[in-house]
Design a binder for this molecule. Structure first.
Ligand code: NAD
Length: 456
């Protein structure tokens, strides 16, 4: 369904357990030769895949927007650019990777690294191709074959990717995509005895199910799950920069990024002025036609998600929250009349234990709360079940480092947001996930190692 119009624009195969079995058989057969293909050759194919996506970038971006709702320009600059980078990055990383070795007078120890086998990869709808390729690229670079399931809501760019892989010369059976529903296709991948490794990005409740289901075969599992990330603004910050970036970290991609800063904590002395400006700037954000280059926010991904996000605005009212702006559905006309639109929403006056502060809403809805001391804000920031990322705004290096050191999250950004160096470990703590991926961490995850000890 196109979320901007509420209209079906394509039908998708509803895969079954039998389709997953066939895909795993195909991947297992292809593994025999792909796992023995030299890293240079695998790297060259990944580079070709990147080049071919780049050649068709506009088509990929339009398709991602039509399927997901995000503005076309954002799909081009963020999603598709990053998918290209994922392939190029892991094509290079695999060539630069070195394995450990030690030696002394009588022994030589070295690590023999092998691909794990058929990798099961499951991804969500918010950054469809971006997150799918974050898994496919390292899995293939390491010599694994793949059975992957994109989200049933956003499988279109995965389908384009399949075409590109064929054109790039990826051998048959190395990458298998099975479309369909989580409890049908996803669960069949997770439970399959010939899939030793699962990399999953999605919601925390699904992650729990996947962990349970993968226990039977002691699978290697990486889980990148939900977030409820704090955005901490101290009075000594460069407030203009903090404000400009906070607008993005709150509402980019309709707030449907796991790394969005949905809990904003502002030091009390600057709270009133910051809030006033933040609300005014939020009201100026353009919501509308995703193909218009001036649009900042498109519609939410689906009717069910739109209803869920709006229900939190009702919950906020019941909890005594004040809706400072947004909270309503904008009047749209023509083709966009039945889309899943929502104005960006800022809520204040909520207690820390309210549901809107504690639970992941995953839409264009943020809460803003004042704080008085460094220790208090560290406590508030950590006082949720999630631990994915945080942003800290201050000109004091020592304060920033103290806060970064005490936050229980996988990534802390200081005076920036969403900057990623793909060599660095990425993942979450607590209910935000298990494991780290990125550069050498992905290579570790997508391979098995044997330590070989030689008596010299
Ligand atoms: P979801 O958990 O509903 O679905 C994710 C994927 O899992 C989909 O492909 C779905 O079909 C599949 N799935 C569902 N049930 C399954 C099952 N029983 N077994 C196997 N697979 C199953 O999540 P979503 O709504 O698509 O995505 C939004 C969530 O993803 C948010 O919570 C967001 O925070 C999280 N997310 C996390 C990160 C991260 O890096 N930590 C990145 C993006 C999104």
């Amino acid at each position: 369904m196109n979320p901007a119009t509420g209209q079906v624009f394509s039908l998708l195969a509803r895969g079954s357990k039998e389709d997953v079995d066939a895909a795993v058989t195909s991947a297992t057969q292809a593994f025999a030769s792909w796992s023995r293909t030299g890293a240079e050759e695998r790297s060259a194919i990944l580079m070709r895949i990147a080049d071919l996506i780049e050649k068709r970038k506009d088509e990929f971006a339009r398709t991602e927007s039509e399927d997901q709702g995000k503005p076309v320009h954002l799909a081009a600059s963020m999603d598709i650019s990053r998918a290209i980078l994922n392939f190029r990055f892991f094509a290079q990383t695999i060539l630069a990777h070195e394995n450990e070795s030690t030696s002394d007078a009588h022994t030589l120890n070295y690590v023999s690294r092998k691909p794990a086998g058929v990798a099961g990869l499951i991804s969500p709808w918010n950054l469809p191709l971006y997150l799918l390729t974050w898994k496919i690229a390292p899995a293939l670079a390491c010599g694994n074959t793949v059975v992957a399931k994109p989200s049933e809501m956003t499988s279109m760019t995965a389908d384009l990717l399949a075409d590109v892989c064929v054109e790039a010369g990826l051998p048959a059976g190395v990458l298998n995509l099975v479309y369909g529903l989580g409890p049908e296709v996803g669960e069949a991948i997770v439970r399959h005895p010939e899939v030793p490794l699962i990399s999953f990005t999605g919601g925390t409740a699904t992650g729990r199910r996947i962990l349970e289901a993968s226990a039977e075969h002691f699978k290697k599992v990486s889980l990148e799950l939900g977030g409820k990330n704090p955005n901490i603004i101290f009075a000594d910050a460069n407030l203009d920069k903090a404000l400009a970036m906070t607008l993005r970290s709150s509402f980019l991609n309709q707030g449907e990024i796991c790394l969005c800063g949905s809990r904003i904590y502002v030091e009390r002395s600057v709270y009133p002025a910051f809030l006033e400006k933040f609300v005014a700037e939020t009201e100026r954000l353009t919501v509308g036609d995703p193909s218009d280059p001036k649009t900042f926010m498109g519609p939410l991904v689906s009717k069910a998600h739109w209803e869920k996000v709006r229900s939190y605005i009702d919950i906020a009212r019941e909890e005594g929250g004040r809706i400072e702006c947004g909270g309503t559905v904008p009047e749209m006309s023509g083709a966009f009349k039945n889309g899943f639109w929502l104005r960006p929403t800022v809520i204040t006056n909520l207690k820390q234990n309210s549901r809107c502060v504690q639970e992941e809403i995953f839409g264009p809805v943020v809460t803003v709360q004042p704080f008085d001391t460094v220790d208090e804000v560290i406590h508030l920031a950590n006082d949720v079940k999630y631990g994915l990322s945080a942003t800290v705004w201050t000109e004091s290096l020592s304060k920033a480092q103290k806060v970064a050191g005490e936050l229980r999250v996988g990534t802390v950004w200081i005076n920036t947001w969403l900057h990623r160096d793909l060599r660095m470990p990425f993942g979450g703590m607590k209910h935000s996930g298990i494991g780290r991926e990125g550069g050498p961490h992905s290579i570790d995850f997508f391979t098995e190692t044997t330590t070989v000890c030689v008596r010299t």
